[in-house]
Design a protein around this ligand. Structure first.
Ligand code: TYC
Length: 115
């Protein structure tokens, strides 16, 4: 885990009477960011090929992996496309929804916290 000592500018404390002062070195522990999985939902109308292209374009999947994920969604109703920070996950959802709307497909996509 990363640690950050306080007194970040490293200015030594110098009391006016010249005496030495010892400061405790406190440690700040930083939690890892909460992560979000982006999920695609199945529907009856979005073409399989469009879903495969979305997985390749926005989630950096190769053609084979994208096809496997698409088929899993088709058979099971939903599938995880990737896990991201909140900012990136919500951006991916917006990009996918915009592309789907642009092409007239009802594809649904959402982000949900991991655990
Ligand atoms: N069920 C769609 C079809 O048969 C394909 C599909 C797969 C749609 C995954 C959405 O997230 C999806 N054309």
């Amino acid at each position: 885990m990363a640690t950050t000592p306080q007194n970040p500018d490293h200015k030594p404390p110098v009391p006016s009477d010249g005496a030495a002062v010892v400061l405790e070195r406190k440690t700040q522990r930083v939690e890892p960011p909460k992560m979000y999985q982006v999920v695609l939902l199945n529907d009856d109308f979005t073409p399989m090929e469009f879903v495969v292209l979305v997985l390749q374009e926005y989630f950096n999947k190769d053609r084979e992996t994208a096809t496997q994920i698409m088929l899993k969604i088709h058979l099971e109703g939903r599938g995880v496309c990737g896990v991201f920070t909140h900012d990136l996950a919500t951006t991916k959802v917006e990009q996918v929804l915009q592309a789907a709307r642009h092409h007239g497909h009802p594809l649904q996509c959402l982000a949900e916290p991991v655990e």
